[in-house]
Design a protein around this ligand. Sequence first.
Ligand SMILES: O=c1ccn([C@@H]2O[C@H](COP(=O)(O)OP(=O)(O)O[C@H]3O[C@H](CO)[C@@H](O)[C@H](O)[C@H]3O)[C@@H](O)[C@H]2O)c(=O)[nH]1
Ligand SMILES: [Mn+2]
Length: 659
Amino acid sequence: MWVTAQAFRMYPTDRQVFVEHLEQYVKESDYPGLDVFICTADPYKEPPMSVVNTALSVMAYDYPTEKLSVYVSDDGGSKLTLFAFMEAARFAAHWLPYCRKNKVVERCPKAHFGSSNPSRFPETDQIKMMYESMRVRVENVVKRGSISHDYITKEGESEALSRWTDGFTPQNHPPVVQVLLEHGKDKDVTGHGMPNLVYISREKSTDSPHRFKAGALNVLLRVSATMTNAPVILTLDSDMYSNDPQTPLRALCYLLDPSMDPKLGYVQFPQVFHGINKNDIYGGELSHVFEVHMPGMDGLAGPIHVGSGGFFRRRVFYGCPSETLEMNRDRQVSHSIKSREVLAMAHHVAGCKYENQTEWGRKMGFRYGSLVEDLYTSCLLQCEGWKSIYCNPKRPAFLGESPINLHDFLNQTMRWSVGLLEVAFSRYSPITFGVQSISLLSGLCFAHYTFWAIWAIPVTIYAFLPQLALLNSASIFPKISDPWCWLYVVLFLGAYGQDYLEFVLSGGPTQRWWNHQRAWMMRGLSSFTFGLVEYLLKYVGISTFGFNVTSKVVEEEQSKRYKQGIFEFGVPSPVFLPLTTAAIINLVAFLSGIAQAGRQRSIEDVFLQLFLAGFAVVNCWPVYEAMAWRRDQGKLPLKITVISVVLAWALYSTSSMAF
Ligand SMILES: O=c1ccn([C@@H]2O[C@H](COP(=O)(O)OP(=O)(O)O[C@H]3O[C@H](CO)[C@@H](O)[C@H](O)[C@H]3O)[C@@H](O)[C@H]2O)c(=O)[nH]1
Ligand SMILES: [Mn+2]
């Protein structure tokens, strides 16, 4: 792991774009078409209002509206989401001209109206009222789970919603493609054209695999090809709203640069999260990835795709750079996107049997076979010869949500671990295939990610073994007077020192760094371990671990505790067990070590073990709090504490036989 990590440090690259120069090179009328893909998967975990906000923020981009289309993929197959988008289409007719006229910077309505320092224009109150009434309607509908007739105002709407017949379930339903706005036909309140807005819920059937997000993205690729077929595509998660209306122009600065390598396939923006608490207790900002790894890969063949905020050339999904140069995939579509032929074709390509016997997911589109379709696809694209660029402007281009409770956080990392191991042990493993096809260094970078979960092994050993030895009065490290002891000291200080320096030099405060290292240990003990086990079970065919969508619903009490920096346990979940068991063993070992040092022998013998246990105890402080004296809803359920005490006892008894 150390060796692979060095690959990120060879050619770190920082870039800057000058958007204001773009107009000297390209006329607005020559901008390429832009198709934006937004994925959502569950109206109860990803509130439709949040998806609507994401869509509105990109519909309001500073981009010629006739070239902009927004496609929403709803894997939840929910009419509630479709209803929310019908409302959004109506509201957009007011929102887009309001943003354009007033040059609003915050084009996500929720962020605009909720900002602590709101900009005010003559129409602000009126638009805010409209937004609020839309929000109330949508939230009511989601709460009730049904749409009352008074809410349906247009004829086409009830027809679209009538497709949710009795047998229609999220797992089993025909494809739904609904054009909500069409450029050229629909106008905003000032008579200006609007971008296309299309709702898609691909066909689902319990007897066809649906391939999670990669499957959804491939349907989006095909449906958009039948309608607008724009040469540039932007991928977005449901919660990643645009925070800067000029972002597409930044991407064009690279994609249209005549001196750029023609193999440039995509421009990746970082994922920046809003609402992370002051000291980032779960290490949710992933600062290492976005501050160290991505610039490091940018100096090689280019950064990975992180699932959201990637501007792709459509061509990359159809083959390697040399093949697609001759193919003219970027054909213009001339029919109205509401015409019968186009809609028939769109429904056809959104069918779940369409991909059978095709190269979709293997040589075309987003690749299947991993729960981290983003990293996997970008790795294979780079193997084909495509390059990428990292664009990290000062004002974040997109803002999204990060888990605010420990359970979601650990489960998210567990899903990533499983997905990454699937890549690590695939035919296209970066350590074998990648290093040959891309380059040694790029292959090592990808390998560093894909083998992430094997940290579980050393972290678990260090969390239990020296402590159990200490409890049994056995010393396993050299004495402090032995020169070999310094090897451990230097390695520990070296690793921690490097990590700390990198964090602080990229502008992070020390307290955050401390929390990040704790989050890393928590991941190591819980998510990576469970991920390894899940992967093995999946490999032998016992488990069918899937894409468990992270909840974006913010519960008020929980959010309050999160803001205060309090760890949220709450649910009785087995993912906490390695943490709580380790916390107990380390505390007992630490106390027993001190007692031993006082009584039988000198502290010299057990110094390193004592230090390790003490270090873990300091890190585990929030766990003791949650176990022992917290009274709020987020404390550790008693059941988990009891099971961990039993586990700790069992471990100790077993170990006393071994030592
Ligand atoms: O069957 C599915 C499952 C998920 N999604 C969408 O995928 C996105 C990401 O899901 P989320 O639960 O937010 O996962 P995260 O762990 O936060 O996502 C990170 O990791 C994923 C890979 O595991 C990437 O796809 C994401 O882009 C990346 O942000 C969301 O918009 C979902 O709606 C689907 O469209 N279909
Ligand atoms: Mn997410």
